[in-house]
Design a binder for this molecule. Structure first.
Ligand SMILES: Nc1ncnc2c1ncn2[C@@H]1O[C@H](COP(=O)(O)OP(=O)(O)OP(=O)(O)O)[C@@H](O)[C@H]1O
Ligand SMILES: [Mg+2]
Length: 313
């Protein structure tokens, strides 16, 4: 529900994917076909990178607006109830809700099995209807373009339109299930104030194995003055801004459930930016936020604002 207060508070708007995640673990090895295994840990929760980022923002007390979609079924109704405390506009699509089963392996790796579902139908019209012109500094985080075909075909225009409405643009591309179209992604970069990707995505977008070369190439393609952030898993994150490189090393933690690591990082990083934090401060806030959220299982026990100190520090 819009309120005058919500409209005039600097906020994070998230435009991305929302779905149902069933997280199970841990597997010691891949089972034989036809067998049954009992999983000691499981959680059914809202997932997808847009939902993960919005929920992480709620956990750190960041005012957030989530623009996404749900299916027209039981899970769609259930999902819509998972975002209390977040200003939410979910398009109801006439499809079954996208469901992802995430299997955690004891070695730390994971597998996902995901249905196409409703994400095929999130429309540009819905996004533009709810991404109002903002009179205060705000950031719009765009996630998972490869899972959102209607947005994807007009993505550069969508990013440009959001910028013209007063938002700084953050993009987390995620991984394209059907492989990279580098020219397509390079066409999005000039619209980005913050590009938030992982190491493999950086090498893939740049088309080079050398990370330094990849950073240089990508940084040149971004909006002048933009920040390039590369998440490097348990090692932390590094950033490049105005030719200056900053690294934030994190203390690796033994984590059962790393799903949404990058999204939690994005929430902490962008929240710090909205508060005027510089690159180094925002990298640190992103790493603190990710670490705090990843360590908790099940995630649904995290209260709104419980991890506010991750960005307030
Ligand atoms: N084992 C860990 N211990 C501590 N922090 C971690 C660990 N794994 C990830 N993180 C934190 O999470 C952040 C994001 O993780 P990662 O680099 O895996 O992003 P990603 O590949 O985009 O993740 P995702 O798969 O969610 O998209 C890291 O920068 C780091 O701060
Ligand atoms: Mg990621």
């Amino acid at each position: 529900m819009d309120t005058d207060r919500a409209l005039f508070t600097p906020q994070l708007s998230v435009v991305g994917d929302v779905g149902v995640d069933l997280v199970l673990g841990s597997l010691e090895g891949w089972p034989s076909i036809g067998t049954e295994l009992l999983m000691p840990r499981s959680e059914l929760r809202a997932g997808g990178s847009g939902a993960n980022a919005a929920l992480a923002a709620r956990h750190i007390g960041q005012a957030t607006h989530l623009i996404s979609a749900v299916g027209n079924d039981h899970f769609g109704h259930w999902l819509a109830e998972q975002f209390t405390g977040i200003r939410t506009h979910l398009e109801v699509c006439d499809r079954e809700t996208t469901i992802s089963v995430g299997l955690m392996h004891s070695c730390g790796e994971r597998n996902f099995f995901t249905t196409h579902g409703h994400l095929q139908q999130l429309s540009v019209q819905h996004v533009l209807k709810h991404l109002h012109a903002t009179p205060v500094p705000s950031i719009a985080l765009f996630t998972a373009p490869f899972l959102l075909p209607h947005l994807r075909i007009r993505y550069a225009d969508l990013l440009a339109e959001a910028a013209s409405r007063g938002y700084r643009i953050a993009l987390d591309t995620g991984w394209p299930p059907e492989g990279w179209d580098r020219d397509e992604v390079l066409g999005w970069l000039p619209h980005c104030d913050h590009l938030l990707i992982n190491e493999l995505e950086a090498r893939s977008i740049a088309g080079t194995k050398d990370l330094d070369d990849a950073l240089t190439l990508i940084a040149k393609a971004l909006k002048p003055g933009a920040s390039l952030v590369v998440k490097v898993g348990a090692r932390g994150a590094l950033g490049l801004e105005a030719g200056r490189r900053v690294a934030h090393d994190t203390e690796p933690a033994d984590i059962f459930d790393t799903i949404g690591a990058g999204d939690a990082f994005n929430a902490g990083y962008l929240s710090a930016r909205l508060r005027g934090g510089d690159l180094a401060e925002a990298l640190a806030a992103g790493c603190r936020t990710a670490r705090a959220i990843l360590a908790r299982f099940p995630r649904k026990t995290i209260r709104a604002g419980e991890f506010a100190d991750c960005v307030a520090a």
